[in-house]
Design a protein around this ligand. Structure first.
Ligand code: NDP
Length: 328
């Protein structure tokens, strides 16, 4: 049984020394419990702000805490007839290889419904995030221009594909030509602009001749600022993430706020964990689109729980290509 803990609160950019890998004996299930083996762990950007001792929407971690996270796991020993050996469940075990669960903290999934790992991405939290932020909050109209940042990622990739299904013109923003090519050629966005290019602002302007009706915002910082300058009158921003700032020790001063006022843009901030009642319908619709081949997704799987810190650090600066998972 191997687990990864936060060794200390990080100072800015994460290093592997901010984590501690420990092993212990396998726990033994008591009556009503099952021992599970983790098949996949989801690495998500929200885990980084949780490592800082700051006020947030969830309590922050303390040194020595196991890193949190959603997992797909298989029951390997059981003292609950409702969780027989071989059942596969979604649960929140964090960064570890094994753990004890009870039936009230798991959701049993049927392997016949598709790849198990999809429950941690397009058919799980990131898919619900994309669906909710875009369709419930920003409400794009057919023909409008929708800009999606972190466009090749787990959330962004789904957002853009939904927007295409709704008849929008979709512009992605991603880091580097390979990701941009994937966003257009595989995911079907109309255009993708590389924010690492020296001509980014000019390219963005050319990609948004009618300005931006909807921004699905995942990154913050200078990329966000650049899109603010392109917002259309009465544009809407689904403010979902701020990943460029999660390691920052000095806050980035957004310069483009005046554009929000000048163009009467509304900003809808949200945390998908507040809207759990929305997930089943969103996941069901996404599952239908997936089965019909109308949406695609990509995974980036690191092998070995001891490699979770490296994969996480890399994801925070775009080292991932698709939904970041760990196969312990
Ligand atoms: P992704 O799969 O999109 O991975 C993160 C991506 O962020 C990287 O691949 C990288 O893409 C991009 N990125 C990293 N640093 C920068 C930077 N400095 N500037 C621009 N882009 C950067 O992760 P998720 O899909 O899981 O998450 C995307 C965002 O959504 C995050 O901000 C996350 O916090 C947020 N989120 C919010 C939720 C909510 O409830 N509000 C729920 C889930 C996620 P590239 O190589 O293109 O730079």
């Amino acid at each position: 049984n191997i687990q990864v803990k936060m060794r200390r609160h990080p100072a800015g950019d994460l290093t592997v020394d901010d984590f501690l890998v420990e092993s212990s004996d396998l726990p033994v299930p008591a009556d009503g419990q099952a021992l599970v083996k983790v098949l996949y762990l989801s690495l998500d950007p929200y885990m980084r702000p949780m490592m800082d001792p700051i006020r947030s929407y969830v309590p922050h971690l303390h040194p020595g805490d196991v890193m949190p996270g959603t997992t797909v796991a298989e029951v390997i020993e059981s003292k609950d007839p409702e969780l027989p050996v071989g059942s596969v469940v979604v649960c929140s075990l964090g960064w570890r290889t094994h753990g004890l669960v009870t039936k009230d903290v798991v959701r049993v999934i049927d392997p016949a419904n598709g790849p198990l790992s999809a429950s941690l991405s397009v058919l799980g939290m990131t898919g619900a995030t994309a669906h909710y932020g875009l369709l419930e909050l920003a409400k794009p109209q057919a023909g409008e221009t929708v800009v999606v940042t972190a466009a090749s990622g787990a959330v962004g990739g789904v957002v853009g594909q939904i927007a295409k299904l709704k008849g929008c013109r979709v512009v992605g923003i991603a880091g580097g030509p390979e990701k941009c090519r994937y966003v257009v050629e595989e995911l079907g966005f109309d255009v993708c602009v590389d924010y690492k290019s020296e001509t980014f602002e000019k390219d963005l302007a050319e990609a948004t001749p009618d300005y931006v009706g909807v921004l699905f915002e995942n990154v913050g910082g200078p990329v966000f600022d650049a899109v603010l300058g392109r917002m259309a009158d009465h544009g809407r921003i689904a403010l979902c993430g701020n990943i460029s700032q999660y390691n920052a020790t000095e806050p980035y001063g957004v310069k483009g706020l005046r554009h929000l006022l000048m163009h009467r843009v509304n900003v809808y901030s949200f945390v998908i964990a507040d809207h759990r009642e929305y997930w089943p319908a969103a996941v069901s619709e996404l599952g239908g689109w997936l089965a019909e081949g109308k949406i695609k997704y990509k995974e980036d799987v690191a092998v070995g729980i001891e490699n979770a810190p490296k994969a996480f650090i890399s994801m925070l600066s775009g080292g991932n290509f698709g939904k970041q998972l760990v196969e312990p």
